[in-house]
Design a protein around this ligand. Sequence first.
Ligand code: ARG
Ligand code: GLU
Length: 685
Amino acid sequence: MIKRLLFCALACVTFLTATADEGMWLPNMIKSRIKEMRKMGFKLKADDIYSDTKASLKDAVVQFGGGCTGEFISPEGLLLTNHHCGYSSIQMLSSVEHDYLTDGFWAMSRSEELPVPGLTVTMLVKMEEVTARLAAGESEEAIIEEAKEKYNADKAEIEPIYYGNQQVLYVYRTFRDVRLVGAPPSSIGKFGGDTDNWVWPRHTGDFSIFRVYANADNEPAEYSEENVPYRPARHFKVSTKGVEEGDFTMIYGFPGNTQEYVTADAVEYVAEVSNPMKIALRTIRLDIISEAQSKDVATRIAYAAKHANIANAWKKWQGESLGLDKLGTVEKKKEYEKAFAAWAADKPQYANLLDKMHDAYEEVIPHYFARELFNESILGMEFFNYAYWFYIYDARGEKLTADKQAEARRIYLNDYRKEIDHAISRRLLSEYIARMPKEKVPSQLTAAINEHGSAEAFVDYMFANTRLLTEYPLTREKYLEDPMVKFAGWFYNTLQDNRKYAYRNLSNVPEIEMWYRTYMQALREWDKERAFYPDANFTLRVAYGIVTGYENADGEYHTHLTTLDGIIAKDNPEIYDYDIPQALRDIYKSKDYGRWAIEHNGKKSVPVCFLASNHTTGGNSGSPVLNGKGELIGINFDRTWRSTMSDIEFDPSICRNISVDIRYVLFVMDRIGGAGYLLEEMGVK
Ligand code: ARG
Ligand code: GLU
């Protein structure tokens, strides 16, 4: 028995030990990793990555918009990110006459750059662990206020790491004058669309270019014609030397959400309960939308962004559940926890910890699941938010003027097709009824379904009798008696209850999370071999690895690089996702690749995307991919489908991030965009 436990303690520990490529490290604590990084080919020092006293690489990395990363590539504020990160900005600036999504956009001079209202770029000024200061009695507010004042910053935050065992202060400055400089046509920037999303081999030119503007003192300022290009303390030098298998790579960016330390209960919930439900409900929506899109071009365009949004997580969850299953993560975690429990048994502060956590999961899971089910079913009905808007603002005593109704229509019913929503709502409501415990279904809804005979019949009734979707503006009398507004109102209590469980992961619900602080502390005491890194939380991190392919299936190796030849092989004018610009076909035909030509498998081609073993997640989109000298060799934009479980368990043999090769970015700017002057600004010879 003891022998078995010992074996497990060793085996399980090595199993879960952070490997060379695993981890998202805090830049100001990178010293602990530098030795290993240098062994792998990194040539710089820790204070080149992050420094409080001199310009460092961190000054060239920004958070782009709410959830992406971007990087400075010139001394005059030129900024690179993904096409899918710039997408909503490009869409917002587009019109029927100027369709920049379809045709691309290239400012040929500074005066042609297009301001994007509402778009922000956030720079980290300083980060610092403040655990000791807080323990000594300083208040969070005092620390934050002092930091803002000292660094002339508009934003400072204290973020817990390791479930609150340590606290880190982040000080930021937000720039609000950000202008679009360039974007390839979607047929390059979104090449492969949802078909190739999360997939390797990949051929997407997923980049767009912006410029940050500042006032005359190089300080953040609202948009003004007077503003001048921001001069960053540091920008990335571009390397056009290319990548070889085995080369060191580093990703510097803002990863959003991982949960590497959760117990088997949480993994089981994700893999076997939550993901399958969400996948099933989204499959219903996607099938209905795709069917409608295939029949009508206008509908395809109207629902393109919605489809992409729904499909992105849908596909990721499938890869994640499959990956967790293949890795046997639940079983491994159970063994790990058994070994931990044996160690903890004689330590009063830890002895019953896992039992308490298990109880907390049992308690919370039904409620968390109900919220997720509500989100994927009721909120999947497009009319719901619009109807609820009437209900809630009226209940708060607001006057819903014609203007306000018009604004709400614009937000909630944009590119709306009643037939699609109707078909989806029928299916989603019956799924909701079938899957939700009866006591959690609003009683008025149960009564209505009884009265109409079925969920579908009740949805038909709502769509036949509503005025919400066809008449505008509606008088108070009319909207209050509208069946959709009434339906929405029945969920008032549900929405209030759900707020108690509105945390990004099940394990972050306070009743559960409270135990993790102790658990993390215990793990670090017990599992001395494991290299602990804090879970991603949208703060700046460093990941490092190497350029490398992987074995996708038995006997099926996927190499690390794709080329223009692969784009041409996929090219098909009949298939929307694979219909490339004629200019690209012409260049291929001429074989006149100029300075962008490489020799690949004995053929002349142009590099497009490459694979590496960095640990990344959502939020890392747009992150600079750097070589050993800290030079820019690519832009991160995705992971392979089989990697997506790395948010919970990273497997170095299979987990790969996907980047667009910087040489393809330059090739497109130069040869498709005709924006060679930007290359000059970037110092590309
Ligand atoms: N999978 C990438 C990231 O999450 C890219 C998403 C955008 N591209 C798309 N075809 N939907 O989130
Ligand atoms: N495309 C993702 C993003 O938008 C990155 C892919 C991933 O999850 O690794 O951040």
